[in-house]
Design a protein around this ligand. Structure first.
Ligand SMILES: Cc1cc2nc3c(=O)[nH]c(=O)nc-3n(C[C@H](O)[C@H](O)[C@H](O)COP(=O)(O)OP(=O)(O)OC[C@H]3O[C@@H](n4cnc5c(N)ncnc54)[C@H](O)[C@@H]3O)c2cc1C
Length: 315
């Protein structure tokens, strides 16, 4: 960070903490991003703030943009690759400090964007509410899951989301999406992925289910994940999107890349769709491996893989 950037950031803290004094304890300086990414790689973020409300998020974006400080918004960091040089400016985390969950009438679950899917699924199950079992093993937040319409085992966020509250980061206005259709869900995308807007809270409609069946389904999905995915090693889940008509993992395996390695990064032996950090990989190793996999699969099959993982920071 240059002297000028350090001054900008310190002014940001002063201005922000004047409005939200409690936030001081949630601001980190030179924060290693390896602790905020399931890949366990990434250099330092100049500043990182875990926000506690939509008001804080809006104020942080306003003050930072007026000062010319770049911002990056994250949830649980389970779908990102952060550069070894880290992230300049301010990282805003919508996570554990904005994570309340409640049940409303008509089997509707309301969750703040930072709530973890695993926690929300268990919460739903504790009220005998079915429909979120598919999400119980996805290690992201509700906001991150809506952003990319996360899904697994035949279910996805589109099936359950009936409304959300978001923040328009350009106008700094809170808005509401009042039905599923206005979220413009598609395969691994949503309204939020195409706009400078962030999810603050989400409403999901579930249905009353049999508690034993809900638990059995969650256990079955967990067992299937454990047996087919390299959960014992840091990764960001499926590295690539599913190309139409193909499975990325199958194309990678058929291209002879299972176990292929760059430095400490490796195409998982257990599931070729996952790149894992098994020997102290750097982000550079992982990105080089992503590029190698893309080039090789394209050369052998003519299919261009597109990373599902968001590549962030200063490269
Ligand atoms: C072991 C493992 C298994 C996985 N299995 C699955 C799976 O089965 N299915 C699946 O779909 N994914 C899976 N994933 C990927 C990941 O968990 C999901 O993509 C998840 O939805 C990402 O949420 P996050 O909070 O971690 O987002 P992050 O990784 O923090 O961010 C990802 C993107 O979402 C944006 N974002 C985050 N929060 C918000 C918000 N509140 N508002 C707007 N944008 C936001 C960020 O800006 C960023 O662009 C897996 C990952 C791992 C590590």
């Amino acid at each position: 960070m240059s002297v000028m950037q350090a001054k900008q950031m310190s002014d940001f803290c002063t201005d922000f903490c004047r409005i939200f004094p409690d936030a001081k304890a949630r601001i980190r300086i030179d924060e290693p991003m390896s602790g905020h990414s399931t890949f366990k790689v990434g250099g330092k973020a100049d500043y990182l703030l875990s926000v506690a409300s939509g008001e804080e998020l809006a104020a942080a974006i306003k003050i930072a943009s007026e000062a010319g400080i770049p911002i990056t918004v994250l949830g649980n960091g389970s779908n990102i690759l952060v550069s070894d040089k880290g992230i300049r400016g301010l990282v805003l985390v919508i996570g554990k400090d904005m994570a309340s969950v409640s049940v409303e009438g008509d089997n509707i679950l309301k969750a703040e964007a930072g709530a973890l899917l695993s926690v929300v699924s268990k919460y739903a199950a504790s009220y005998d509410l079915a429909g979120m079992e598919f999400a119980s093993g996805i290690p992201g937040t509700v906001g991150g899951a809506v952003y990319m319409n996360a899904g697994a085992y035949g279910g996805c966020m589109e099936d359950i989301v009936i409304g959300s509250v978001g923040l328009d980061a350009d106008k700094l206005e809170v808005f509401e999406l009042k039905d599923t259709g206005s979220h413009k869900f598609g395969y691994r995308k949503s309204f939020f992925a195409g706009e400078n807007a962030f999810v603050l809270s989400v409403k999901m409609r579930l249905e009353i289910g049999d508690p034993d069946e809900i638990k059995a389904k969650m256990d079955e999905f967990t067992a299937r994940r454990r047996s087919s995915q390299p959960l014992e090693l840091p990764s960001a889940g499926s590295t690539f999107k599913r190309p139409e008509g193909f499975y990325a993992g199958r194309l990678i395996e058929d291209s002879g890349l299972k176990g292929y390695r760059v430095g400490g990064a490796c195409v998982s032996q257990k599931h070729a769709g996952f790149i894992v950090n098994d020997k102290g990989a750097t982000a550079t190793d992982i990105l080089a491996l992503i590029d190698h996999v893309k080039d090789t699969v394209y050369g052998r099959t003519g299919v261009m893989l597109e990373p599902e993982v968001r590549i962030l920071g200063e490269w």
